[in-house]
Design a protein around this ligand. Structure first.
Ligand SMILES: CC(=O)N[C@H]1[C@@H](OP(=O)(O)OP(=O)(O)OC[C@H]2O[C@@H](n3ccc(=O)[nH]c3=O)[C@H](O)[C@@H]2O)O[C@H](CO)[C@@H](O)[C@@H]1O
Length: 357
Protein backbone atom coordinates (compact mmCIF):
# COMPACT_ATOMS: atom_id res chain seq x y z
CA UNK A 1 0.00 0.00 0.00
CA UNK A 2 1.25 3.49 -0.83
CA UNK A 3 2.66 5.29 2.19
CA UNK A 4 1.38 8.79 2.83
CA UNK A 5 2.88 11.88 4.42
CA UNK A 6 1.60 15.39 5.04
CA UNK A 7 4.04 18.29 5.29
CA UNK A 8 3.11 21.63 6.76
CA UNK A 9 4.90 24.89 7.57
CA UNK A 10 4.99 28.38 6.17
CA UNK A 11 4.59 32.11 6.58
CA UNK A 12 8.20 32.71 5.59
CA UNK A 13 10.66 30.59 3.58
CA UNK A 14 12.44 29.62 6.79
CA UNK A 15 9.39 27.52 7.61
CA UNK A 16 9.50 25.78 4.23
CA UNK A 17 13.22 25.14 3.51
CA UNK A 18 13.54 22.06 5.72
CA UNK A 19 10.48 20.54 4.06
CA UNK A 20 11.88 21.22 0.60
CA UNK A 21 15.11 19.46 1.65
CA UNK A 22 13.20 16.30 2.61
CA UNK A 23 10.38 16.15 0.05
CA UNK A 24 12.61 14.88 -2.84
CA UNK A 25 13.41 11.72 -0.82
CA UNK A 26 9.73 10.98 -0.26
CA UNK A 27 9.09 11.55 -3.98
CA UNK A 28 11.97 9.20 -4.86
CA UNK A 29 10.48 6.52 -2.61
CA UNK A 30 7.00 6.86 -4.14
CA UNK A 31 5.17 8.29 -1.16
CA UNK A 32 1.85 10.02 -1.62
CA UNK A 33 2.63 13.59 -0.52
CA UNK A 34 0.31 16.41 0.53
CA UNK A 35 1.51 19.86 1.58
CA UNK A 36 -0.86 21.87 3.76
CA UNK A 37 -0.22 25.61 3.69
CA UNK A 38 -2.10 28.87 3.39
CA UNK A 39 -3.66 30.37 0.29
CA UNK A 40 -1.46 33.48 0.31
CA UNK A 41 1.75 32.42 2.05
CA UNK A 42 5.20 32.11 0.45
CA UNK A 43 4.94 28.32 1.02
CA UNK A 44 2.36 28.10 -1.80
CA UNK A 45 4.67 29.87 -4.26
CA UNK A 46 7.70 27.76 -3.26
CA UNK A 47 5.94 24.38 -3.27
CA UNK A 48 4.03 24.98 -6.49
CA UNK A 49 7.19 26.17 -8.25
CA UNK A 50 9.60 23.56 -6.91
CA UNK A 51 7.25 20.54 -6.62
CA UNK A 52 4.42 21.09 -9.12
CA UNK A 53 3.39 17.42 -8.89
CA UNK A 54 2.60 17.23 -5.20
CA UNK A 55 -0.85 18.01 -3.83
CA UNK A 56 -1.14 21.45 -2.18
CA UNK A 57 -4.11 21.98 0.13
CA UNK A 58 -4.99 25.18 1.96
CA UNK A 59 -6.30 25.95 5.43
CA UNK A 60 -7.47 29.17 7.01
CA UNK A 61 -4.71 30.80 9.09
CA UNK A 62 -4.62 33.03 12.17
CA UNK A 63 -1.50 34.91 13.22
CA UNK A 64 -0.13 36.28 16.49
CA UNK A 65 0.70 39.91 15.84
CA UNK A 66 3.06 41.91 18.02
CA UNK A 67 0.95 45.03 17.53
CA UNK A 68 -2.66 46.00 18.29
CA UNK A 69 -4.96 45.30 15.36
CA UNK A 70 -8.62 44.57 14.77
CA UNK A 71 -7.35 41.47 12.95
CA UNK A 72 -6.31 40.03 16.33
CA UNK A 73 -10.00 39.66 17.22
CA UNK A 74 -10.70 37.67 14.07
CA UNK A 75 -7.75 35.33 14.44
CA UNK A 76 -9.16 32.81 16.94
CA UNK A 77 -12.04 32.22 14.49
CA UNK A 78 -9.58 31.78 11.61
CA UNK A 79 -7.64 29.20 13.61
CA UNK A 80 -10.85 27.32 14.48
CA UNK A 81 -11.86 27.32 10.82
CA UNK A 82 -8.31 26.19 10.00
CA UNK A 83 -8.67 23.20 12.35
CA UNK A 84 -11.87 22.15 10.56
CA UNK A 85 -10.18 22.63 7.16
CA UNK A 86 -7.17 20.57 8.26
CA UNK A 87 -9.35 17.84 9.80
CA UNK A 88 -11.26 17.47 6.54
CA UNK A 89 -8.01 17.20 4.54
CA UNK A 90 -6.37 14.77 6.98
CA UNK A 91 -9.49 12.57 7.15
CA UNK A 92 -9.45 12.34 3.37
CA UNK A 93 -5.68 11.80 3.16
CA UNK A 94 -5.11 9.58 6.23
CA UNK A 95 -1.31 10.04 6.27
CA UNK A 96 1.05 7.71 8.15
CA UNK A 97 2.42 10.83 9.88
CA UNK A 98 2.78 14.58 9.53
CA UNK A 99 6.01 16.56 9.45
CA UNK A 100 5.62 20.12 10.66
CA UNK A 101 8.17 22.86 10.23
CA UNK A 102 6.21 25.42 12.26
CA UNK A 103 4.86 28.86 11.42
CA UNK A 104 1.24 29.76 12.11
CA UNK A 105 -0.18 27.68 9.29
CA UNK A 106 1.05 24.56 11.07
CA UNK A 107 -1.04 25.13 14.23
CA UNK A 108 -4.45 23.98 12.91
CA UNK A 109 -2.81 21.09 11.05
CA UNK A 110 -1.09 19.80 14.20
CA UNK A 111 -4.23 20.20 16.30
CA UNK A 112 -6.34 18.34 13.74
CA UNK A 113 -3.70 15.59 13.46
CA UNK A 114 -3.82 15.17 17.21
CA UNK A 115 -7.63 14.79 17.12
CA UNK A 116 -7.25 12.08 14.49
CA UNK A 117 -4.35 10.38 16.38
CA UNK A 118 -1.93 10.84 13.49
CA UNK A 119 1.74 10.85 14.64
CA UNK A 120 3.36 14.28 14.52
CA UNK A 121 7.05 15.11 14.05
CA UNK A 122 8.13 18.73 14.38
CA UNK A 123 11.31 20.54 13.50
CA UNK A 124 12.56 23.66 15.29
CA UNK A 125 15.13 25.71 13.40
CA UNK A 126 15.81 28.35 16.01
CA UNK A 127 17.69 28.49 19.27
CA UNK A 128 14.38 28.89 21.16
CA UNK A 129 11.06 27.47 19.93
CA UNK A 130 8.56 29.71 18.15
CA UNK A 131 4.98 30.02 19.37
CA UNK A 132 3.54 27.65 16.75
CA UNK A 133 5.97 24.91 17.77
CA UNK A 134 5.38 25.61 21.47
CA UNK A 135 1.68 24.93 20.87
CA UNK A 136 2.54 21.78 18.90
CA UNK A 137 5.09 20.29 21.31
CA UNK A 138 2.77 18.51 23.74
CA UNK A 139 1.30 16.60 20.79
CA UNK A 140 4.53 15.73 19.01
CA UNK A 141 6.19 12.32 19.02
CA UNK A 142 9.59 13.97 18.45
CA UNK A 143 10.92 17.52 18.32
CA UNK A 144 14.00 17.79 16.10
CA UNK A 145 16.33 20.63 17.03
CA UNK A 146 18.95 22.53 15.07
CA UNK A 147 20.93 24.11 17.92
CA UNK A 148 22.34 21.69 20.46
CA UNK A 149 21.71 24.29 23.17
CA UNK A 150 17.93 24.22 22.49
CA UNK A 151 17.39 20.83 24.07
CA UNK A 152 17.84 22.33 27.53
CA UNK A 153 14.49 24.14 27.01
CA UNK A 154 12.58 21.08 25.78
CA UNK A 155 11.10 17.86 27.22
CA UNK A 156 14.01 15.39 27.39
CA UNK A 157 12.14 12.36 26.05
CA UNK A 158 10.96 14.24 22.96
CA UNK A 159 13.87 16.49 21.96
CA UNK A 160 16.33 15.09 19.42
CA UNK A 161 19.24 17.26 18.28
CA UNK A 162 19.92 16.69 14.60
CA UNK A 163 21.38 20.01 13.40
CA UNK A 164 20.14 21.79 10.30
CA UNK A 165 18.51 19.95 7.41
CA UNK A 166 20.03 21.37 4.24
CA UNK A 167 18.82 21.19 0.67
CA UNK A 168 21.15 19.15 -1.58
CA UNK A 169 21.46 21.96 -4.10
CA UNK A 170 23.26 24.15 -1.56
CA UNK A 171 26.47 22.21 -2.16
CA UNK A 172 26.07 22.04 -5.92
CA UNK A 173 26.31 25.77 -6.68
CA UNK A 174 28.62 27.05 -9.40
CA UNK A 175 30.24 30.41 -8.61
CA UNK A 176 31.15 31.21 -12.21
CA UNK A 177 27.57 30.60 -13.28
CA UNK A 178 26.39 32.81 -10.43
CA UNK A 179 28.67 35.64 -11.54
CA UNK A 180 27.51 35.29 -15.16
CA UNK A 181 23.88 35.38 -13.99
CA UNK A 182 24.60 38.77 -12.38
CA UNK A 183 26.84 40.06 -15.18
CA UNK A 184 29.79 40.23 -12.74
CA UNK A 185 33.51 40.06 -13.45
CA UNK A 186 36.28 38.52 -11.34
CA UNK A 187 37.83 41.89 -10.52
CA UNK A 188 36.15 42.71 -7.23
CA UNK A 189 34.97 40.52 -4.34
CA UNK A 190 31.30 39.58 -4.31
CA UNK A 191 29.11 40.61 -1.40
CA UNK A 192 25.80 38.76 -1.03
CA UNK A 193 23.20 40.57 1.05
CA UNK A 194 20.17 38.63 2.19
CA UNK A 195 17.66 40.26 4.49
CA UNK A 196 15.84 37.02 5.29
CA UNK A 197 13.31 35.46 2.95
CA UNK A 198 11.00 38.46 3.29
CA UNK A 199 13.74 41.10 2.99
CA UNK A 200 14.88 43.58 5.64
CA UNK A 201 13.99 47.23 5.10
CA UNK A 202 16.65 48.57 7.48
CA UNK A 203 19.45 46.64 5.77
CA UNK A 204 18.07 47.51 2.32
CA UNK A 205 18.24 51.23 3.15
CA UNK A 206 21.79 50.98 4.43
CA UNK A 207 22.85 49.38 1.14
CA UNK A 208 20.97 51.62 -1.27
CA UNK A 209 21.99 54.79 0.59
CA UNK A 210 25.68 53.84 0.45
CA UNK A 211 25.65 52.00 -2.84
CA UNK A 212 28.16 54.19 -4.63
CA UNK A 213 30.77 53.79 -1.88
CA UNK A 214 30.19 50.01 -1.60
CA UNK A 215 30.48 49.52 -5.37
CA UNK A 216 33.98 51.00 -5.29
CA UNK A 217 35.10 47.89 -3.40
CA UNK A 218 32.54 45.15 -4.12
CA UNK A 219 30.13 43.65 -6.60
CA UNK A 220 26.82 43.25 -4.83
CA UNK A 221 24.06 40.65 -4.98
CA UNK A 222 21.18 42.10 -3.00
CA UNK A 223 18.16 39.94 -2.13
CA UNK A 224 15.70 42.63 -1.10
CA UNK A 225 12.33 40.90 -0.51
CA UNK A 226 9.05 41.24 -2.39
CA UNK A 227 8.35 44.73 -3.76
CA UNK A 228 11.68 46.11 -2.51
CA UNK A 229 13.82 46.16 -5.68
CA UNK A 230 14.67 49.70 -6.79
CA UNK A 231 14.89 49.31 -10.55
CA UNK A 232 16.55 52.72 -11.02
CA UNK A 233 19.58 51.56 -9.01
CA UNK A 234 20.37 48.57 -11.24
CA UNK A 235 23.86 49.03 -12.74
CA UNK A 236 26.98 47.02 -13.54
CA UNK A 237 28.17 45.40 -10.31
CA UNK A 238 24.79 45.68 -8.55
CA UNK A 239 22.30 42.83 -8.95
CA UNK A 240 19.16 43.23 -6.85
CA UNK A 241 16.46 40.50 -6.65
CA UNK A 242 13.14 40.19 -4.82
CA UNK A 243 13.63 36.47 -4.15
CA UNK A 244 15.64 33.80 -5.92
CA UNK A 245 14.75 30.12 -6.22
CA UNK A 246 17.28 27.53 -7.46
CA UNK A 247 19.61 30.28 -8.78
CA UNK A 248 20.42 31.01 -5.13
CA UNK A 249 22.83 28.06 -5.06
CA UNK A 250 25.05 29.61 -7.77
CA UNK A 251 24.80 33.06 -6.22
CA UNK A 252 25.90 31.72 -2.84
CA UNK A 253 28.81 29.91 -4.48
CA UNK A 254 29.87 33.22 -6.06
CA UNK A 255 29.86 35.13 -2.74
CA UNK A 256 33.08 35.99 -0.88
CA UNK A 257 31.26 37.46 2.12
CA UNK A 258 27.63 37.32 3.19
CA UNK A 259 25.59 39.93 5.06
CA UNK A 260 22.37 38.56 6.47
CA UNK A 261 19.64 38.52 9.06
CA UNK A 262 20.15 35.57 11.41
CA UNK A 263 17.33 33.28 10.26
CA UNK A 264 18.40 29.77 11.16
CA UNK A 265 18.20 28.08 7.76
CA UNK A 266 20.16 30.81 6.04
CA UNK A 267 22.99 30.94 8.55
CA UNK A 268 23.42 27.15 8.56
CA UNK A 269 23.57 27.23 4.77
CA UNK A 270 26.36 29.85 4.97
CA UNK A 271 28.09 27.68 7.57
CA UNK A 272 27.83 24.66 5.26
CA UNK A 273 29.45 26.67 2.47
CA UNK A 274 32.00 28.25 4.83
CA UNK A 275 31.07 31.83 3.95
CA UNK A 276 32.41 34.47 6.34
CA UNK A 277 29.29 36.29 7.56
CA UNK A 278 28.16 39.55 9.04
CA UNK A 279 24.87 38.94 10.83
CA UNK A 280 22.39 41.69 11.70
CA UNK A 281 19.69 39.86 13.67
CA UNK A 282 16.08 41.00 13.72
CA UNK A 283 15.73 43.11 16.86
CA UNK A 284 13.87 42.04 19.99
CA UNK A 285 11.31 44.83 19.36
CA UNK A 286 10.19 43.18 16.16
CA UNK A 287 10.44 39.51 17.18
CA UNK A 288 10.81 37.17 20.11
CA UNK A 289 14.57 37.68 19.86
CA UNK A 290 15.36 34.25 18.40
CA UNK A 291 17.69 35.64 15.74
CA UNK A 292 19.74 37.44 18.40
CA UNK A 293 20.33 34.08 20.10
CA UNK A 294 21.02 32.31 16.78
CA UNK A 295 23.63 34.95 15.93
CA UNK A 296 25.20 34.90 19.41
CA UNK A 297 25.64 31.13 19.21
CA UNK A 298 27.42 31.47 15.85
CA UNK A 299 29.59 34.36 17.06
CA UNK A 300 30.64 32.37 20.12
CA UNK A 301 31.82 29.59 17.81
CA UNK A 302 33.86 32.03 15.72
CA UNK A 303 31.76 31.76 12.53
CA UNK A 304 30.69 35.37 12.13
CA UNK A 305 30.63 38.98 13.28
CA UNK A 306 27.38 40.36 14.64
CA UNK A 307 26.08 43.94 14.63
CA UNK A 308 22.86 44.59 16.52
CA UNK A 309 20.36 46.59 14.47
CA UNK A 310 20.23 49.38 17.08
CA UNK A 311 24.00 49.97 16.65
CA UNK A 312 24.08 49.67 12.88
CA UNK A 313 26.20 52.42 11.29
CA UNK A 314 27.76 52.42 7.84
CA UNK A 315 31.25 52.96 9.26
CA UNK A 316 31.01 49.84 11.41
CA UNK A 317 29.36 47.92 8.58
CA UNK A 318 32.18 48.76 6.19
CA UNK A 319 35.00 48.06 8.63
CA UNK A 320 33.43 44.71 9.61
CA UNK A 321 33.24 43.66 5.95
CA UNK A 322 36.84 44.64 5.52
CA UNK A 323 37.81 42.55 8.55
CA UNK A 324 35.82 39.51 7.35
CA UNK A 325 37.51 39.59 3.95
CA UNK A 326 41.01 39.97 5.39
CA UNK A 327 40.44 37.21 7.95
CA UNK A 328 38.33 34.97 5.76
CA UNK A 329 40.68 31.99 6.03
CA UNK A 330 40.46 32.10 9.86
CA UNK A 331 36.65 32.10 9.71
CA UNK A 332 36.67 29.31 7.13
CA UNK A 333 38.95 27.16 9.27
CA UNK A 334 36.54 27.47 12.21
CA UNK A 335 33.58 26.57 10.04
CA UNK A 336 35.36 23.63 8.47
CA UNK A 337 35.49 21.91 11.85
CA UNK A 338 31.76 22.07 12.37
CA UNK A 339 29.32 20.15 10.15
CA UNK A 340 26.05 19.98 12.13
CA UNK A 341 23.90 18.93 9.19
CA UNK A 342 21.51 16.26 8.04
CA UNK A 343 20.85 15.65 4.36
CA UNK A 344 17.41 14.87 2.92
CA UNK A 345 18.19 11.12 2.62
CA UNK A 346 19.49 10.94 6.22
CA UNK A 347 16.38 12.68 7.47
CA UNK A 348 14.17 10.30 5.48
CA UNK A 349 15.86 7.29 7.07
CA UNK A 350 15.60 8.80 10.55
CA UNK A 351 11.85 9.36 10.14
CA UNK A 352 11.33 5.79 8.92
CA UNK A 353 13.32 4.42 11.88
CA UNK A 354 11.32 6.50 14.36
CA UNK A 355 8.03 5.34 12.82
CA UNK A 356 9.05 1.71 13.36
CA UNK A 357 9.55 2.27 17.11
C1 LIG B 1 11.05 37.57 10.08
C2 LIG B 1 11.00 36.17 10.55
O1 LIG B 1 10.00 35.68 11.06
N1 LIG B 1 12.12 35.46 10.42
C3 LIG B 1 12.20 34.06 10.81
C4 LIG B 1 12.14 33.21 9.57
O2 LIG B 1 13.16 33.73 8.73
P1 LIG B 1 13.35 33.44 7.20
O3 LIG B 1 12.10 33.00 6.54
O4 LIG B 1 14.10 34.56 6.62
O5 LIG B 1 14.18 32.11 7.35
P2 LIG B 1 15.62 31.53 7.22
O6 LIG B 1 16.66 32.55 7.11
O7 LIG B 1 15.71 30.52 8.32
O8 LIG B 1 15.47 30.73 5.85
C5 LIG B 1 15.22 31.35 4.65
C6 LIG B 1 15.33 30.28 3.59
O9 LIG B 1 14.93 30.83 2.35
C7 LIG B 1 15.93 30.64 1.40
N2 LIG B 1 15.89 31.77 0.46
C8 LIG B 1 15.92 33.04 0.91
C9 LIG B 1 15.89 34.10 0.01
C10 LIG B 1 15.83 33.80 -1.37
O10 LIG B 1 15.80 34.67 -2.23
N3 LIG B 1 15.80 32.49 -1.76
C11 LIG B 1 15.82 31.46 -0.88
O11 LIG B 1 15.79 30.29 -1.29
C12 LIG B 1 17.23 30.58 2.19
O12 LIG B 1 18.24 29.95 1.44
C13 LIG B 1 16.76 29.80 3.42
O13 LIG B 1 16.77 28.42 3.17
O14 LIG B 1 12.31 31.83 9.89
C14 LIG B 1 13.55 31.52 10.55
C15 LIG B 1 13.57 30.01 10.83
O15 LIG B 1 12.54 29.64 11.68
C16 LIG B 1 13.72 32.35 11.83
O16 LIG B 1 15.02 32.12 12.33
C17 LIG B 1 13.53 33.82 11.51
O17 LIG B 1 13.59 34.58 12.69
Amino acid sequence: MTKKIVFTGGGSAGHVSVNTAIIPEFIKNDWDITYIGSEKGIEKTIIEKEFPNIRYETVSVGKLRRYVSIENLKDPFRVIKGIFDARRILKKTRPDFIFSKGGFVSVPVVLAARMLKIPIFIHESDYTPGLANKIAMPFASKIFTTFEESNAHLPKEKALYIGAVLRDGIFAGNGEKGKRFCGFTSKKPVLLIMGGSLGAVRINHLITKNLEELLRHYQIIHICGKGNVEESLKQPGYAPFEYVHEELFDLLAAADVVVSRAGSNSIFEFLGLQKPMLLIPLSANASRGDQILNAASFEKQGFCKVIQEENLSFEQFESTLDHLLKESSTYRAKMEQKRPFKTGPEMYQLLLDLMKK
